[in-house]
Design a protein around this ligand. Structure first.
Ligand SMILES: Nc1nc2c(c(=O)[nH]1)N[C@H]1C(S)=C(S)[C@@H](COP(=O)(O)OP(=O)(O)OC[C@H]3O[C@@H](n4cnc5c(N)ncnc54)[C@H](O)[C@@H]3O)O[C@H]1N2
Ligand code: MOO
Length: 404
């Protein structure tokens, strides 16, 4: 018997997912492994930085008291390479040869660049002209001990890792990445290494979904390809739910004889929705079972791709306390689109920026089952449901996609 499904809007579906409570799980990991991870705690400076007075140039360090009456002769009493120190006091008209990055002698107030000096003999130099600046970075000029290095909820990048390392921070407390199981279903699916067969298709969503998950910060713990068998599906789902934060199923969610996921969703602890007023991907379903969110994406590749970006990407980002990376903008529909739609239609599109405004172009086929435009799509646009075709140059809601 056909089960009645109650379609909700895209915005309502997004809100329902957004309202599902997610656990905050953190772990402490080496800084060297923390690129693109999100800090769960603010990190503060364990000491002042720099922690010694640092020369910014190669040259000669002299006392403030001697910094006058140029040209001025100095006796060279030492040499400080980077990494070394010079602990002796400086006397009148005494200079120390010093390299960029080296610890400035305690008595020195100025480092004069080499170019402003002349050698007189092995132990004497002439400083020809004065310096405008001291060329010394003072202790704590960038950070005092206890200053904030990087705030909680920041996604680390190589620059941030460098900053942490410079301050001797070796480990950071970050949000754990969401663990995601992917279950693709369909007796028509072939593995990539099987010879092509009549009536069967390669499991393209079996690579699309895991790669999208990884690219958006999730850990893919398993990718399964199941034939249409409800017992198999239930066993896989149960295991995946027990071991993961998020489970993504694909296909088998419509009303066909072998579409078992819809029934599973309706019997779950909490059904969030099992139809959206959206094309492609009207069948997209979400439910919570044993506190794990299961996102059931459509098997149709175009619908699967669209569903991932609209519903899964924000979820993966929220797990690590981050906002979606899809940038919501308004764009001008710069090429005609003639179809009328009972449901809002999400088109795969490309965009340009013209006179500071986004212009969008439908990117080839809009069919749910089409996948020839997935490589080149850079944004999604919404054509609102209407019995009239949308006007050329109409303003449309647009999601710019990350990683393009
Ligand atoms: N009587 C109705 N039929 C259909 C309806 C409906 O409301 N009433 N909805 C249609 C819509 S809309 C869509 S979208 C599809 C959704 O179907 P499912 O999500 O249940 O997916 P399947 O039926 O399993 O497959 C659909 C299509 O996608 C291909 N597929 C499946 N898995 C993969 C994969 N891993 N990689 C690549 N392609 C895959 C599959 O072979 C089918 O061609 O239902 C409509 N029908
Ligand atoms: O769910 Mo279907 O993709 O709307 O065409």
């Amino acid at each position: 018997m056909l089960t009645r499904r109650y379609p909700i809007s895209i915005t309502e579906a997004q809100a329902k997912i957004n309202n599902v409570a997610l656990p905050t799980v953190t772990e402490t990991i080496p800084v060297a492994e923390a690129n693109h991870r999100v800090l769960a705690e603010t990190v503060t400076a364990p000491f002042a930085y720099p922690h010694f007075r640092r020369s910014g140039v190669d040259g000669f360090a002299i006392r403030h008291a001697d910094d006058h009456d140029y040209p001025h002769e100095f006796k060279v009493v030492g040499n400080v390479p980077a990494g070394a120190t010079f602990h002796q006091r400086l006397g009148q008209d005494e200079a120390v040869r010093i390299m960029t990055g080296a610890d400035v002698p305690v008595d020195a107030g100025v480092v004069v660049m080499l170019e402003k000096t002349r050698d007189l003999d092995d132990h004497h130099i002439n400083i020809v002209v004065p310096e405008k600046h001291s060329n010394i970075t003072e202790i704590g000029e960038e950070y005092q001990a206890g200053d904030v290095l990087i705030e909680k909820d920041t996604e680390l990048n190589p620059g941030g890792l460098a900053g942490l390392t410079a301050l001797g921070v070796q480990r950071v407390n970050v949000y754990r990445q969401p663990r995601v199981a992917v279950i693709t279903t369909g007796s028509e699916l072939m593995a990539a290494d099987e010879p092509v067969q009549e009536g069967k298709i390669y499991n393209s969503n079996g690579i699309l979904i895991p790669e999208l998950v990884r690219e958006n910060g999730g850990i893919v713990t398993s990718v399964e390809q199941l034939v249409d068998d409800n017992d198999l599906l239930q066993a896989s789902l149960q295991k995946a739910i027990a071991e993961n934060d998020i489970v993504i199923t694909d296909g088998g969610v419509s009303v066909g004889d072998f579409d078992f996921i819809g029934d599973t969703a309706r019997q779950a602890d909490e059904l969030l929705f099992n139809k959206i007023k959206q094309r492609p991907g009207s069948v997209t379903t979400a439910f919570v079972q044993d506190q794990t969110l299961v996102m059931a994406l459509s098997g149709n590749p175009g619908a699967c791709y669209t569903g991932f970006y609209l519903y899964v990407e924000p979820l993966l980002r929220r797990f690590v306390h981050q906002a979606t990376r899809l940038q919501k903008v308004t764009s001008r529909l710069a090429a005609p689109y003639h179809k009328t739609n009972g449901f809002d239609r999400i088109l795969r599109a490309t965009y340009t920026v013209e006179d500071g405004q986004y212009a969008t172009y439908p990117n080839g086929p809009d069919r749910s089952g089409a996948l020839s435009n997935l490589q080149t799509t850079t944004c999604l646009i919404k054509i609102p449901h209407s019995n009239q075709p949308i006007a050329l140059n109409a303003e449309v809601e647009t999601w710019l996609l990350p990683f393009k």
